[in-house]
Design a protein around this ligand. Structure first.
Ligand SMILES: Cc1ncc(COP(=O)(O)O)c(C=O)c1O
Length: 348
């Protein structure tokens, strides 16, 4: 059996399910698609031939995204989860060159780079206040080339990087032919949109997901917005027919008749976030402010607090291996957030 050393050395991406009453551990939407919208999906599927291959490059969905984002269809690539597109971008722009990212950040950049070509990976530590190490990043961007992943809003820290700093980095990256991936998985919750800058920085890609604000984590869909000249290469790296007719039908309904539901959920996250932060302020509990649908809660003993709240049915996520002493809590339905606050205050 021949297995590359990089693959043998890579730890498995583990996710251990735990029993819960309230699930606030994976930054998902707490709302399933309504029965009415599901009926529309079923109607679509009734007329769909399951024996035929789907569109080769998910053309119907790319058209729906083009309409939703006001973006040319040829500048859109779709994959089964935005995490599958991350690997494609490393294959296209990182191998034999550099994969640059921050630490901590979304784990898949590092995991995929380590699987494909560990020597290509450069990780730079965020500053203690979660801001970007701008000068150090500029040094790498000026001396090498490859692909640079920047989650904005950031994960797992939840902050937004100031646009002035990102622009400084984009300029140096452009001079040295980098591909810059701005991962906007959470952008609807912060009302930021870097796609507007792609006309000035054609080397930039906005990576998006349907797993968060669109509430389709179980459906596995993500997309990239970019310059058609780059996207045509991304299409070559995506396995043909990789988005199924079932995924296509669901996403087309959500991006069509489901738009208002998505908008309402985004507004609810923003107001619940404020309510949660006000309650923590009132209880004198410090937290890291966030522009996303989750936030980091520092505490004295993360393992103890995690286990205590889990015993009361509240499932959150340990992040103390990434950010000192922190647990991560997703924003749920209003009644779940009220219960979450009660349980946290009881054990904190
Ligand atoms: C920053 C960031 N990017 C991408 C993803 C992956 O999204 P998807 O479900 O589309 O693979 C996540 C998921 O948590 C994320 O936090």
């Amino acid at each position: 059996m021949s297995i590359r050393k990089a693959v043998k050395d890579r730890p498995a991406y583990n996710f251990e399910p735990k029993p819960y009453t309230i699930k606030l551990d994976q930054n998902e939407s707490p709302y399933d698609l309504s029965a009415e919208l599901k009926e529309k999906v079923f109607d679509k599927l009734r007329d769909t031939a399951f024996n035929r291959y789907p569109d080769i490059h998910a053309d119907g969905l790319r058209a729906a995204i083009a309409d939703y984002c006001d973006w040319p269809e040829l500048g859109i690539a779709v994959g089964s989860g935005s995490n599958t597109l991350i690997r494609r971008m490393i294959e296209i722009s990182g191998l034999g060159q550099t994969v640059l990212c921050l630490k901590p950040t979304f784990a898949v950049y590092e995991l995929d780079a380590n699987l494909l070509e560990p020597d290509a990976l450069i990780e730079l530590d965020l500053n203690a206040d979660f801001s970007l190490p701008v000068e150090k990043l500029k040094e790498v961007l000026a001396s090498k080339t490859g692909v640079f992943f920047l989650a904005n809003p950031a994960a797992p820290t939840g902050n937004i990087h100031p646009q002035t700093e990102v622009l400084e980095l984009l300029k140096v990256a452009q001079q040295n032919d980098w591909t810059v991936i701005i991962d906007e998985a959470y952008h609807q919750f912060s009302d930021t949109d870097y796609s507007k800058l792609i006309k000035d920085f054609p080397n930039m890609i906005c990576l998006r997901t349907l797993s968060k604000a669109f509430g389709l984590a179980g459906v596995r869909l993500g997309y990239a917005l970019g310059n058609p000249d780059y996207i045509k290469h991304v299409q070559k790296a995506i396995p043909p027919f990789s988005v199924s007719v079932v995924q296509l039908a669901i996403a087309e309904v959500v991006l069509g008749d489901g738009r208002q539901v998505v908008e309402d959920y985004i507004q609810e996250v923003r107001s619940e976030r404020e309510r949660i932060f006000a309650a923590l302020d009132a209880a004198n509990i410090a937290y890291h402010p966030s522009a996303t649908n989750f936030f980091l809660l520092p505490c004295k003993d993360p393992e103890k607090l995690y286990n205590a709240v889990l015993a009361d049915g509240l499932l959150i996520r340990r992040q103390d291996h990434l950010v000192e002493s922190c647990l991560r809590i997703s924003i749920g339905k209003p009644e779940e957030n009220t219960e979450m606050l009660k349980i946290i205050l009881k054990h904190y």
